[in-house]
Write a protein that binds this ligand. Structure first.
Ligand SMILES: [Cu+2]
Length: 181
């Protein structure tokens, strides 16, 4: 994968910077210094480093979280498509097996026994969205599908012996086709 090469290069660059810093410190270790002057400079460098690190952290967080993977959940109007989901040891029960792409789908997710993790995986088995399935609660998950195809639901929380078998499928059909229940 391409991204692995980039991460490798980034890691190597990071290690080189740390190594150079060590070499610099070792080279400077023997020299005597005017302590007040040096301390002032050291404090200034530390401040700049801190600022640079904070900016880098914010930048990396923003770049990797944007676009945020979970859609806005604060929409008040009820969605046109509603799917009721019950998780139980060890299967998923979905009130319908087809939804339409292009318009929001509201999943009302609950559990009949223990906690489960309701996760939807797209055609390339990439996780699309997820929420918890909890006994006694109904968690509302809004998602608008953009890509038609077969989607899989898997459990993301270990829930007993056959946890791995909690897999089901549903279909997302193109926006112009009507979804069948
Ligand atoms: Cu599970």
């Amino acid at each position: 994968m391409v991204i692995q090469d980039e991460v490798w290069l980034l890691t190597l660059t990071g290690i080189s910077v740390v190594a150079l810093a060590f070499i610099y410190v070792i080279a400077q270790a023997g020299k005597s210094a005017d302590s007040a002057q040096v301390q002032k400079r050291a404090h200034a460098i530390r401040r700049w480093w801190l600022l640079a690190l904070v900016l880098l952290g914010v930048g990396v967080a923003y770049a990797t979280l944007s676009p945020f993977p979970i859609a806005n959940q604060r929409v008040q109007a009820p969605a046109a498509q509603i799917v009721n989901v019950i998780g139980r040891q060890w299967n998923w029960e979905l009130s319908q097996s087809q939804v339409r792409a292009g318009t929001p789908v509201e999943f009302n997710v609950t559990s009949a026994d223990v906690n489960h993790g309701f996760a939807i995986y797209g055609p390339g088995d990439r996780i699309v969205t997820q929420t918890q399935a909890m006994p006694g609660f109904s968690n509302r998950l809004l998602h608008t599908f953009t890509e038609p195809g077969k989607y899989r639901v898997m459990c993301l929380e270990y829930c007993g012996l056959a946890h791995h078998g909690m897999v089901t499928e549903f279909e997302v059909v193109a926006a112009d086709k009507g979804a069948q229940p």
